[in-house]
Design a protein around this ligand. Structure first.
Ligand code: PMP
Length: 298
């Protein structure tokens, strides 16, 4: 991914893509002192840009560092990156990390670096998988307790268990993993939140040890506007047997139907399909499904 044309905003400068490099003794690389965001661009505009820039700042603050740029400056830099790369439908990856000035666990004086990259990326899961529903495997790795890790920061270190979980699920022929939390409750997928439909009502876990996703909040709002009952509560894995529909929500995943979790199978139904459509409308997707499928395949 490093050998391509384009520009990355790097500590205030627009740098050619291939030259946006860090030193091997970077603290963020050794000790995971790094936070990031994932944003989606629709028709040239980032959906909920300021919410994401604010979450980046808060994630850093939870890890004990402050960004050398304000939320408004990060918003403006993001728009510059979209312009420089001509992104109309794509993905944005801002990140911030402690630099290479000192090597050791403590690094209070290391420079805080910030970079923002963006690229054309119409769909996270393939369009076919997205419409048919994806298959999840329950991960043996659990989301840690809030006093074990900074669970409300979108911190790079927390993704170690996500990568382990996702690789294991993929190696077993699934698309993604469903992770339980330290109490054995259903938590989330490796990069998206989860919803169950049980007897016409929506149920989603309380985000007390994982991200309260921006998409999750948007979808709860859309569902309530549709008149659906949404319950945020503790959900045990046994309840997967009671669900008729399941879907994931996330910036990259958008609203993705799920057709299998371990031994349980589901058929994406009316509620999921309505929310897929409502989300598409909310983000301002203008092209139809066929156009979106061919764009994703390109
Ligand atoms: N959980 C995890 C682990 C994620 O990486 C993401 C994606 N940022 C989400 C949930 C969903 O968050 P959002 O809707 O804000 O993208």
């Amino acid at each position: 991914f490093d050998d391509r044309d384009g520009f990355i905003w790097f500590n205030g400068q627009m740098v050619p893509w291939r030259e946006a490099k860090v030193h091997v003794l970077t603290h963020g690389l050794h000790y995971a002192s790094c936070v990031f965001e994932g944003e989606r661009v629709y028709n040239g505009k980032v959906f909920k840009l300021t919410e994401h820039s604010r979450r980046l700042t808060e994630s850093a603050s939870i890890l004990g560092f402050s960004l050398p740029y304000s939320v408004a400056e990060i918003d403006a830099a993001t728009r510059r990156v979209l312009d420089a790369n001509g992104i109309v439908d794509g993905y944005v990856r801002p990140l911030a990390w402690r630099g290479s000035e000192m090597m050791g666990v403590a690094a209070q004086k290391n420079r805080i670096n910030v970079a923002i990259a963006a690229w054309q990326w119409p769909s996270y899961f393939s369009p076919e998988a997205r419409l048919a529903g994806i298959r999840l495997k329950i991960s043996p790795w659990r989301r840690p307790a809030p006093d074990t890790a900074p669970t409300h920061s979108k911190a790079a270190g927390l993704y170690m268990i996500c990568t382990l979980s996702k690789h294991q699920a993929e190696n077993d022929g699934f698309d993604d993993a469903l992770m339980l939390d330290y109490r054995g409750r259903i938590a989330e997928a490796t990069g998206a939140n989860v919803f169950l439909v049980i007897d016409g009502k929506l149920h989603t876990p309380i985000p007390d040890c994982f991200l309260n996703g921006i998409t999750r909040q948007t979808v709860i709002d859309l569902a309530r506007r549709r008149g659906y009952d949404v319950s945020e509560r503790a959900i045990m894995p046994e309840e997967l047997a009671d669900a008729q529909e399941v879907f994931l929500t996330g910036t990259a995943a958008e609203v993705t139907p799920v057709r299998q979790i371990g031994e349980y199978t589901y058929t994406p139904g009316e509620i999921t399909h309505r929310l897929v459509e409502d989300y598409d409308k909310e983000v301002g997707r203008t092209h139809d499904k066929a156009a979106s499928a061919s764009a994703s395949a390109a």
